[in-house]
Design a protein around this ligand. Structure first.
Ligand code: GTP
Ligand code: MG
Length: 343
């Protein structure tokens, strides 16, 4: 896929604790975006981003796997990072290559160890971060409780920009708080969504959360705050632009929801990545150019900067530490007796 300007690229690292469903979400985004014609599953060992024999045998991600989804004339590059702590160096490399991180948090379990590590790492790298609640179809998945835990640990900059429609097994879609639109997804896992009228039983809740979002965005900018004091709200354009700017400057961390396994909330997430996540043009260059130079001097196997492709096997041209090759061969060395067992 050709894109003519960096503003149409999104480089997003999927990070979070193990088992939050990052690899499944990457598969669901590929499928919902029409990049592949079949929804792949970790259990079926056919995902694009887990392909190493060790990953397939263990059913976990060990290295960062890349793929891209064309969406609304944009190219969304996804870097599916491992969640286990012993592979966190890989996660860091994935984050370094990205312009934003999508911090996946299990909608049942809430904040876990890698949630904290990834949050801290993003802060250190000054990387914009979006929070994403996964597995919203599971029993006891709950936005209110999980959000409370997240805000308690990371502050009130985490603000929902979507609400779930239905809960647990009845989770069927999302409400976009910015656009005030509701989308219901087909239950057959096809990822197809249709816009519906805002259900009357959620209308009041939507207005309440939208008001909180508007206030949070207004607080990030003096001019917006003035407008907000004058009118008690913000025009839609200001809300959209203010949100984008607040994400780019790490003043806000917008929260979205999905159930990747059933492709619910996936096309709406792609919309959010296009509308809200920063592009390389927003972010500018690398922080550690010295490490990038070192990588340039010692290209592994002659593969310097090949393009990303759908096989997920492209090398990490933008990864300064480029540890993928070494981390994977280390993890693949049972005869050395050094194979880490993450369980
Ligand atoms: N019910 C439900 N299960 C899910 C969902 N997404 C993923 N799973 C299941 O959760 C398990 C872990 O999914 P993965 O996608 O491998 O999780 P991960 O975050 O990539 O895990 P690591 O690579 O180890 O960090 C798998 O058994 C998935 O089928 C979901 O939306 N709903
Ligand atoms: Mg994974």
């Amino acid at each position: 896929m050709q894109v003519d300007t960096p503003a149409k690229i999104r480089n997003v690292a999927l990070v979070g604790h193990n088992d939050t469903g990052k690899t499944t979400l990457a598969s669901a985004l590929l499928y919902s975006g029409g990049a592949v014609n079949r929804m792949a599953r970790v259990e079926e060992k056919n995902t694009v981003t887990d392909f190493d024999p060790e990953e397939l045998a263990r059913g976990i991600s060990i290295g960062a796997g890349v793929c891209f989804v064309p969406w609304r004339q944009h190219k969304i590059n996804l870097i599916d990072c491992p969640g286990y702590g012993i592979f966190f160096t890989e996660t860091k490399c994935g984050m370094r290559a990205a312009d934003s991180a999508l911090l996946c948090v299990n909608g049942v379990a809430g904040v876990e160890v890698t949630t904290e590590n990834a949050w801290d790492c993003a802060a250190e790298m000054e990387l914009p971060l979006l929070v994403h609640l996964t597995k919203m179809d599971r029993e006891r998945a709950d936005l209110g409780r999980t959000l409370e835990g997240l805000q308690k640990r990371f502050g009130r900059g985490i603000v929902p920009i979507q609400l779930p429609l239905g809960s647990e097994h009845q989770f069927s879609g999302v409400v976009d708080l910015v656009k005030r639109q509701a989308f219901v997804f087909d239950r057959d896992g096809s990822g197809k969504a249709k816009e519906v009228a805002l259900p009357s039983d959620v209308a009041a809740t939507v207005e309440e959360w939208r008001a909180k979002l508007i206030e949070a965005v207004a607080e990030t900018d003096d001019a917006l705050m003035e407008k907000f004091f004058e009118t008690g709200t913000l025009p839609d354009d200001d809300l959209r632009e203010g949100l984008r700017r607040a994400v780019r400057t790490r003043k806000l961390f917008p929260l979205t929801v999905s159930a990747g396994l059933h492709c619910i909330g996936t096309s709406t997430l792609l919309d959010v990545l296009v509308d809200v996540a920063p592009s390389p043009a927003d972010r500018g260059g690398f922080l550690h150019r010295d490490r990038l130079d070192a990588f340039r001097e010692r290209p592994a196997g002659g593969e310097r900067f090949p393009d990303l492709d759908l096989s997920g096997r492209a090398s990490h041209g933008r990864l300064p530490g480029a540890s993928r090759r070494s981390a994977r061969s280390w993890a693949r060395a049972p005869s050395s007796g050094r194979t880490p067992d993450p369980r």
